[in-house]
Design a protein around this ligand. Structure first.
Ligand code: IPD
Ligand code: CA
Ligand code: CA
Length: 266
């Protein structure tokens, strides 16, 4: 990969931070009047969406089209626009729509930038906590401006692992992982936002995150944050058609990589 100085990661990172703040403010406005939203089911009754998701994605797309018209965009609600610059933005306007519509604060706006197959910028805004997580390739990860560095002494046994689940995979897959984690002396949490839990891995709040099947828009910003904070992630397939399909998601701090790979069989 060429150096970030020549590829403009820093400028795009500043841009992504600005867009995530605006998108977060719009999402928060909807969240505070969520009783007025019409909730629609997508794949199943637990997979929900509202006008808030669509309006926030539209805002992000408009900003990208204005600032970087040659860049590609993949968003959860409106699909893929191919890139002619080599850069592709991968966005989830609201990750954690279930907590969002049910009145819980654990949701976020997730914006990643892909370049040469790697997530080179990752920005996650969590408006209810007034938190902005931001990372760029070679430039480290920060939470509200404070650098993040994962503590390598934390393991599955002395820290908490995030786990996610949806109805794309058999319940047994998640149940087996949770059973194995508990058997090994670990424990888990699920807050309804995979992207936010990945940001928590970068921030050292969780020692790892596992979900058997998520999409690129759920994990790429979090992956960039984890890598830049000194952690590891399972590469997500982003070539061609694969970018729009789901895959297993696993990220960990240095002290938990081996254990979590064994438990998840990845
Ligand atoms: C979901 C959340 C959830 C995860 C699901 C995702 P959404 O995204 O990240 O935590 O378990 O797999 O689909 O629907 O809230 O954007
Ligand atoms: Ca999502
Ligand atoms: Ca979403």
């Amino acid at each position: 990969m060429t150096s970030h100085a020549t590829t403009g990661y820093e400028a795009r990172q500043r841009f992504a931070e600005d867009v995530a703040r605006k998108a977060g403010a719009l999402a928060l406005d909807y969240f505070l009047r969520r009783e007025t939203l019409v909730i629609e089911a997508k794949k199943d009754p637990q997979d929900v969406v509202s006008i808030a998701d669509r309006a926030v994605e539209t805002l992000i797309r408009e900003q990208i089209a204005e600032a970087y018209p040659m860049d590609g965009v993949l968003g959860e609600e409106y699909g893929l626009i191919e890139s002619s610059s080599g850069f592709t933005w991968v966005i989830d306007p609201i990750d954690g729509t279930s907590p969002f519509v049910n009145g819980m604060p654990t949701w976020c706006v997730s914006i990643a930038l892909l370049h040469q197959g790697e997530p080179v910028v990752g920005v996650i805004a969590a408006p209810c906590q007034d938190e902005l997580y931001s990372a760029a390739h070679g430039l480290g990860a920060r939470l509200n401006g404070t650098p993040l560095r994962i503590d390598g002494s934390r393991t599955i046994r002395n820290a908490v692992t995030g786990v996610g689940a949806n109805h794309h995979v058999p319940p047994r897959t998640v149940a087996d992982f949770v059973e194995a984690l508990l058997t090994q002396g670990g424990t888990f949490i699920r807050n309804g936002s995979g992207a936010l839990m990945l940001a928590y891995v970068a921030a050292g709040r969780l020692v790892g995150y596992y979900e058997p099947y998520m999409h690129a828009w759920d994990c790429l910003a979090g992956y960039c944050l984890v890598r830049e904070a000194g952690g590891w992630f399972l590469p997500f397939p982003v070539e061609g058609e694969r970018l729009t399909k789901g895959a297993p998601v696993l990220a960990a701090g240095p002290g938990a990589i081996e254990d979590l790979r064994t438990l998840a069989q990845l």
